[in-house]
Each structure stands twice: as structure tokens, then as C-alpha cells.
Design a protein. Structure first.
Length: 213
């Protein structure tokens, strides 16, 4: 599936030229003449692509659109374009999370690498988020007892220590431990610990329904 570049610019001749360049480079292109039009037709957040956004727009400005999208939690990366090199504007856009800031006329040697970097970063973030969501769902599939055992496992407790703390026999703890490894789809304790660290210690405990320090 092609990545989509969403171009927000009120200059019709620029829209035509940029669409041609981007389509030749292998991208799908959607063009909007204003920030309001983009907001009305806003693409789903999980779609691979980026926003090529002019700073100066009629109505809602490019920076104002960036702010709106950030407040809404949008993950669509933004590459700004402008007819003027204004350092304060550039700094504001980058500080607010813009991937790049390009000055018109934009050479393909600058434009295409900027878009490629933005989309690659977005795709990597989406992949990472999908993996985190999958791991969280596996944690949530554990029973309350399995969650307690899991928490003590990642704290480095041995079966006898876990049995002593929770009450069941060592044999029962071994069974719980086996099911934890099975449900979390890991081959070793090291993998389980790595998942716990990746999810963040406190969020992992909350997902497991266990209170901790």
C-alpha cells in the first residue's frame, strides 16, 4: 500500500507541481487548499504518510493546524514548507514536533528525503506501538494469580520464594509460571523481564493488577 502525502497549500500551481513530483516518486497524494478542508477530511491516524503543510494559509494557519492536530493526539508527521525563511516560525514549528521545515522553491533533493524520513519515523513508531499493545493484551490475559506470579518472577524471585510469599505449593507455582510463559509467548525469563521494562515498570504493574513500590 502506498504511503500518502497530504499537501495543504492554497497555491494551485504549487499543488499541481508538487503532486506530479510526489506521484513520480511513488507516493499517493491528497491535496487540500486550507487547514479547515484538511480537518474536514482528516485521514485515519494509522495510515502511513505525512503532512506537507504550508505555513501561510487563508484562515487557520499552518502553525495553528499543527497545534490543533497535536492537541487531538494526531501522530501524522508534519513537514512544513514556506515562502519565507523566518527563524522564529521555524523554531516554533520544530519545537512543536515538526519533522522538517523547507523553503520554497523546494528542490526534490531536499523534499523527498524529508518526506521519506518523516514517513519512516512514523512507520517505526506505529510498529512499536502495535508491539506494545500486543504485549499489554498478553499481560491482561493473565489470571489474577498468574499476574502476581508474573510480577514476582520479573522481580527475580525463585519458585520457593514465590510460594512462600503467595501461599501455594512450589508445584502449583511452577504450573502458574509455565502458564505465564505460555501466555506471554516468551522462551525465557530474560524475555519476560525485557517486556516488563519495555512497558515501563509502573504501567506493567498496573496492567497486571498488582500494586508495587
Amino acid at each position: 500500500m502506498l504511503s500518502t502525502v497530504h499537501v495543504v497549500d492554497d497555491d494551485a500551481s504549487f499543488q499541481t507541481a508538487i503532486r506530479r513530483r510526489l506521484e513520480l516518486a511513488g507516493y499517493a497524494v491528497q491535496v487540500y487548499s486550507s487547514a479547515e478542508q484538511f480537518l474536514d477530511q482528516q485521514p485515519p491516524d494509522n495510515q502511513s504518510g505525512c503532512l506537507l503543510l504550508d505555513v501561510q494559509l487563508p484562515g487557520l494557519s499552518g502553525l495553528a493546524l499543527q497545534s490543533r492536530l497535536r492537541e487531538a493526539g494526531s501522530k501524522l508527521p508534519i513537514v512544513f514548507i514556506s515562502g519565507r525563511a523566518e527563524i522564529p516560525t521555524t523554531v516554533s514549528a520544530i519545537k512543536a514536533g515538526a519533522e522538517d521545515f523547507l523553503i520554497k522553491p523546494v528542490a526534490s533533493g531536499d523534499l523527498l528525503p524529508a518526506i521519506e524520513r518523516a514517513i519512516a519515523r512514523q512507520d517505526a513508531l506505529q510498529k512499536n506501538q502495535s508491539e506494545l499493545d500486543l504485549q499489554r493484551s498478553r499481560v491482561a490475559s493473565l489470571t489474577p494469580r498468574e499476574r502476581q506470579v508474573c510480577d514476582l518472577m520479573v522481580r527475580g524471585k525463585h519458585n520457593k520464594q514465590i510460594a512462600s510469599e503467595l501461599g501455594p505449593t512450589v508445584r502449583t507455582i511452577k504450573a502458574h509460571r509455565h502458564r505465564v510463559m505460555e501466555k506471554m509467548q516468551v522462551e525465557s525469563l530474560a524475555e519476560l523481564v525485557a517486556i516488563a521494562e519495555r512497558l515501563d515498570r509502573h504501567s506493567f504493574l498496573r496492567a497486571a493488577g498488582v500494586s508495587g513500590p
